[in-house]
Design a protein around this ligand. Structure first.
Ligand code: PBG
Length: 327
């Protein structure tokens, strides 16, 4: 069909037509809000590298969770900043650790929101790596037991879903087995299955001071050049018992999200990470872009690529825009 029989502009003419033919719609249901918990009371400390995001003590965190819940956001993802770090990351699986406290506080105050937790060691280890160090290397197998302990401690504290982000091989299977043995066979695992060794995590690492003290994360996170390997990573985690497969970061990896959508039959989560957030905020603060519009366009593109849910630091502003039909 060639011009003038087909005129694409006919159906772009009015807002109603545009609404009627829109192929992808962003819903508040799609959003997951990541939050950073710290010890103490009354603390709401701005994170310099992520304008609009805060370190929150449990009482303040609960307020933000309430706001998210009132807007209809179905889930939050909790990260913790421990007071002390050590070589074994013991703060990550301590019964009264910061995330464990935050889970309880949120489940007490806002029982209806789903509490997801990031399962990792890097914020809790003094060397800043996501696994154990042996002979100067990040040792895979000795890390698995600790990661499973972290996941179990979160489940015991009341987490509705656990999300391992460490990228050790075999950790989903180990966590699944531990949860099953300890009476948490109904607790789902969202696996950070396809997590790239990305410079886009920079602002997050500043926010939680989790940058590795030596080396980098390239021996466990994926090479940004690889796409077929993403299918292998996802398939492996599905076989080990993952319930949701995550791709991270999102914006530079839309092709990966799209490819996985075709290749796997589990729900796909995409994590629009700190660097993506910071870039938009920085340009917005400079007055160079309309931040809110750019946020909505990027979230829509991530959903269009195939994500069923999106972890985004902009979840609250996005939910407000969706609820007032401003996008
Ligand atoms: C922990 C973890 C990281 C992020 C989520 N979980 C950092 C990393 O892998 O270095 C990044 C989140 C973000 O940048 O928003 N392993």
């Amino acid at each position: 069909m060639l011009f003038p029989d087909y005129r694409a502009r006919r159906l772009r003419e009015t807002p109603n037509f545009r609404r009627m033919i829109r192929e992808t719609t962003l819903l508040v249901d799609d959003l997951i809000l990541p939050l950073f918990a710290v010890t103490g009371k009354g603390i709401k400390k701005p994170i310099a590298s992520m304008p609009g995001q805060f370190h929150l003590s449990c009482d303040m965190l609960v307020k933000t969770v309430k706001e998210a819940h009132d807007l209809g956001i179905p889930a939050v993802m909790l990260f913790g900043l421990p007071d002390k770090k050590d070589s074994l990351g013991t703060g990550a699986y301590a019964e009264s650790g910061i995330v464990q406290q935050a889970i309880k506080a949120v489940k007490d105050a806002v029982p209806d929101i789903a509490v997801l937790t990031d399962v990792c060691l890097c914020q809790y280890t003094d060397h800043g790596h996501c696994g154990m160090i042996q002979d100067g290397r990040i040792d895979n197998d000795s890390s698995l037991d600790l990661l499973a302990r972290v996941a179990l401690s979160h489940a015991r504290a009341g987490a509705d879903m656990v999300a391992p982000s460490d990228m050790m091989d075999g950790r989903v299977g180990e966590i699944r087995q531990t949860l099953d043995e300890e009476g948490f066979s109904n607790t789902p695992i969202m696996s950070y299955a396809v997590k790239y060794a990305s410079a886009f995590y920079g602002p997050f690492r500043d926010a939680v001071s989790s940058a590795p003290k030596f080396g980098d994360r390239k021996t466990y996170q994926m090479d940004p050049g690889n796409a077929i390997e993403a299918i292998r990573e996802a398939t492996m985690d599905i076989e080990e018992g993952a319930d949701i497969i995550m791709v991270k970061p999102a914006l530079s990896y839309l092709d990966i999200i799209n490819r996985l959508k075709d290749e796997i039959d589990l729900p796909i989560a995409a994590y629009s990470v700190s660097g993506e957030y910071a870039m938009i905020k920085a340009a917005e603060i400079m007055g160079w872009i309309d931040g809110q519009k750019v946020v909505m366009e990027t979230l829509l593109s991530i959903k269009r690529a195939g994500a069923d849910m999106i972890l985004t630091y902009s979840a609250i502003e996005a939910a407000k825009a969706i609820n007032s039909r401003e996008y």
